[in-house]
Design a protein around this ligand. Sequence first.
Ligand SMILES: [Zn+2]
Length: 82
Amino acid sequence: MTEQVEVKIPFADLTEVTLQCPDCGAEISLDISKHPNVSDKCPGCAHAIDSKFDEAFSRLREWYLCLKDSSFGDKMFFRIKK
Ligand SMILES: [Zn+2]
């Protein structure tokens, strides 16, 4: 039996969000501190990128900017299982 390890990642340590193309595996990384234009196509194979990704990234970025300089900025964590 494989034991799962839970990792606690400070929200303030978030640097990028990466989208991986389901067809070719190309990765599109977006810097959370910037507001890049998200392409509507994969740069590797032109697979259409759902506009919901751009919307979700924008919301996450707003959340990041709102909290990073607050007193909770370094007291908020993501927990992931490895
Ligand atoms: Zn692709």
